[in-house]
Design a binder for this molecule. Structure first.
Ligand code: SF4
Length: 353
């Protein structure tokens, strides 16, 4: 493994994969978790069949634009942050064998407040509220392993060894941010996982050369979001782009057809019911406040009172909540151990907003 660094100007707009002037397959560090077939299609110059929509590009640009906001928030929270000069970013490049290199630009290096001793790579991510919650609860190695792989490459590229990595994430919905520290020994393991994944692509290159028609195996299937957002979807899986994803508990097929007019009537019913519930809830809260004051003025925790149909007990109830500090838990336990402790349940419901 050799390490080189230079200062290219196209670092923010480079393709995810390309063959450089020496015939080396160069993969962007931010794309190490991408489908290897998609990387190959891009590097070998296949035409994009499913370009990003304008909305998706706007989301991407908004995420990039918010990264300095997170770094400034970290500085205000006491971190010693050295952000990359975005006008002249330093590229870090790692050679993995004779046919493949991984390169990218580091968001920042940072030293934690008070107890931080040496700079770590800080990888900044922006996520919607659901993805943010998932990251905080499960930890980056389980929720977004590719972000840890990316930061691991930067760490080895910048320091030539494993070090703690900091994943700093902004919740774009609630404008909250937080960070997670991945300890060095787990960064080393993430680096090995990513190298092994890319090693297969390097071997493919070694055997086939830059042959655009010798395609690596697909890493995902048409149901995966990676395929749904893939710029080569129509070339790789023709005929699947127009297929609407079916939810696992799809029941629409069995139900009677519902007209738009019937749906509008149902929505109006729903709105009316919501209004009534709101008024009832306000009355309930007013009554509870009054009873709380009455109980407090009596100096009692519990009392009996005549109701409409029976005598009821009015009393204060203590409710204890137990909070888990996911950040500390994630730092202490490896992802496999956490998987046995923090489990995931997915349910779905209809929301009208
Ligand atoms: S469509 Fe799916 S399997 Fe095919 S290249 Fe894209 S991500 Fe890979």
């Amino acid at each position: 493994m050799t390490i080189t660094m230079d200062r290219p100007t196209d670092v923010y707009s480079r393709p995810n994969a390309r063959f450089n002037g020496d015939g080396i397959l160069e993969v962007r560090a931010s794309a190490v978790g991408n489908c290897r077939r998609a990387l190959w299609l891009e590097a070998t110059g296949h035409q994009v069949t499913n370009p990003r929509s304008d909305d998706s590009l706007t989301m991407l640009e908004a995420g990039n634009a918010l990264e300095p906001v997170v770094l400034r928030a970290m500085q205000r929270a006491g971190w010693d942050i050295t952000p990359t000069d975005r006008d002249n970013p330093r590229m870090v490049s790692l050679r993995l064998g004779p046919t493949l290199a991984v390169s990218g630009h580091v968001d920042a290096a940072g030293v934690a407040p008070i107890f931080g001793l040496e700079p770590s790579i800080v990888e900044v991510k922006t996520r919607g509220p659901e993805a943010y919650k998932k990251w905080r609860t499960l930890g980056a190695e389980r929720s977004h392993p590719e972000s840890v792989w990316q930061a691991a490459f930067y760490t080895y590229g910048a320091f030539d060894q494993a070090r703690d990595v900091v994943i700093a994430t902004l919740d774009t919905g609630n404008r909250a941010w937080d960070y997670e520290v991945i300890p060095a020994h787990r960064v080393e393991r993430a680096f090995e996982q990513a190298c092994s994944r890319l090693g297969e692509l390097a071997a493919h290159h070694l055997v086939n050369g830059p042959d655009p028609y010798a395609l690596p195996e697909r890493d995902f299937t048409a149901d995966d979001w990676q395929c749904k957002r893939c710029p080569f979807l129509n070339a790789c899986l023709p005929g699947t782009a127009a297929v609407e994803p079916q939810s696992e508990d799809e029941t629409a097929e069995d139900a009677e057809p519902v007209t738009d007019e019937a749906a509008r009537a149902a929505l109006r019913e729903y709105e009316q019911a919501q209004e009534m519930l709101k008024a009832i809830e306000e009355d309930k809260q007013w009554a509870l406040g009054m009873l709380r004051t009455w109980l407090g003025q009596r100096g009692e925790q519990k009392a009996r009172l005549e109701g409409r149909e029976k005598t009821r007990t009015v009393g204060m109830v203590k409710n204890t909540r137990y909070n888990v500090d996911h950040k500390r838990l994630n730092a202490l336990l490896d992802p496999e151990t956490r998987a046995g402790i923090v489990t995931e349940n997915v349910s779905s419901y209809l929301r009208v907003s």
